[in-house]
Design a protein around this ligand. Structure first.
Ligand SMILES: NC(=O)c1ccc[n+]([C@@H]2O[C@H](COP(=O)([O-])OP(=O)(O)OC[C@H]3O[C@@H](n4cnc5c(N)ncnc54)[C@H](O)[C@@H]3O)[C@@H](O)[C@H]2O)c1
Length: 325
């Protein structure tokens, strides 16, 4: 028997419930402590209640975790990651997005030399592990004759319009929250090269962005829509291989997919419906993280590439003249 991986969980909010559920399934981990800056009820983990602290610094005075999970509001990620790197030897799994701006990314990079940033910082790009994404990535890889992916359209909707104050406080904006999920999901299919346009509307509750990518040596475009102005969650993406006319349609809410060419169904995917969606993301994410060779989508380099695109500010498209409309 090897010693269990000692985990410290920082931020006991909504997504922490999924982390706790998936961690509790694993025999190789023990929850050493929890942290939250607000008073929270006792956190039960496999019938025990690990010690709870009001701040990460105090927790690190008392514990030597092997893994810190940061599940706090987005704007706190950079500072807490810095604290974790400098005051512990733990690996750090940071909720997505790793940082909320480019200055924070640069700040983390500057710690190189003082701490092993590349070896210790991982980002929970959970959408990249969703079953329908896995299925579609395998399908496209297995069918090179379909040619490059030429166009992607992705629309992510969350009903945060019903609790805007909390949503803006925890997630910043729809582009900050969903854009990073869309980008990390796309890294499973294509090589992202840059943000080509960005329009945020509804006070940050909606976004329309375009991203350039390369697929099998060719350049393509992804159109990314996200919005909180909806009554229910709905997330779908379509990947088109323009040369062959093949379209791969994935529904991230239902965790289903199909590929078609014209009227012909080429392949289809569904699940047995027994695994809740977030568990279906985080179970393989933790399996990869704790495997000894984590998937590159979790690594610092991928997070840095995604952040550079996510936080880029492309020149606004010039206004169209009436004649161009
Ligand atoms: N909710 C989701 O479905 C979801 C899914 C994937 C990723 N995420 C990401 O997870 C992060 C948290 O989201 P959430 O929905 O769980 O938010 P949340 O607001 O429900 O929970 C955040 C928790 O962190 C605590 N906190 C705030 N500052 C802290 C600090 N400095 N130290 C310790 N605790 C602190 C808060 O008190 C709160 O309990 C965000 O970055 C979000 O993008 C959320």
């Amino acid at each position: 028997m090897t010693d269990p991986i000692r985990v410290g969980l920082v931020g006991v909010g909504i997504i922490a419930e999924t982390h706790l559920a998936v961690l509790a399934e694993r025999d190789d981990v023990a929850l050493e402590f929890t942290v939250d800056s607000r008073p929270v009820g006792p956190v039960e983990f496999r019938g025990t209640t690990p010690p709870h602290h009001g701040g990460l610094a105090q927790a690190l005075d008392a514990h030597q975790p092997d893994l810190l999970v940061l599940a706090t509001p987005t704007e706190t990620h950079a500072e807490l990651t810095r604290l974790a790197l400098l005051h512990s030897t733990a690996r750090v799994l940071v909720e997505k997005p790793l940082v909320h701006d480019l200055a924070s990314l640069a700040g983390l990079r500057e710690l190189d030399g003082k701490a092993d940033v590349q070896g210790r910082v991982f980002t929970a790009h959970h959408f990249a592990f969703s079953p329908e994404v896995d299925w579609a990535a395998d399908l496209l890889a297995a069918n090179p004759e379909w040619g490059p992916v030429t166009t992607i359209t992705s629309a992510f909707y969350d009903p945060y319009v019903l609790r805007p104050t909390e949503a803006f406080a925890s997630y910043v904006s729809s582009w900050t929250d969903s854009g990073v999920n869309q980008l990390s999901m796309l890294t499973r299919f294509v090589d992202l090269t840059g943000l080509t346009s960005s329009h945020q509307t509804d006070g940050g509750a909606s976004a329309w962005c375009t991203v350039e990518f390369r697929s099998r040596g060719e350049v393509g475009t992804a159109r990314l829509r996200s919005s909180w102005l909806t009554g229910s969650s709905s997330k779908e993406s379509s990947l088109v291989c323009g040369r062959s006319g093949v379209e791969v349609w994935i529904d991230h809410t239902a965790m289903t997919g199909f590929a078609a060419r014209g009227g012909e169904l080429l392949a289809a995917f569904g699940t047995d419906g027994r695994t809740p969606r977030k568990v279906a993301h985080y179970r393989p994410l933790y399996a990869s993280l704790l495997s000894g060779s984590p998937h590159p989508v979790l690594g610092f380099d991928t997070a840095a590439t995604i952040t550079a695109i996510h936080r880029a500010t492309p020149e606004e498209s010039p206004e169209e003249t009436p004649e161009q409309r």
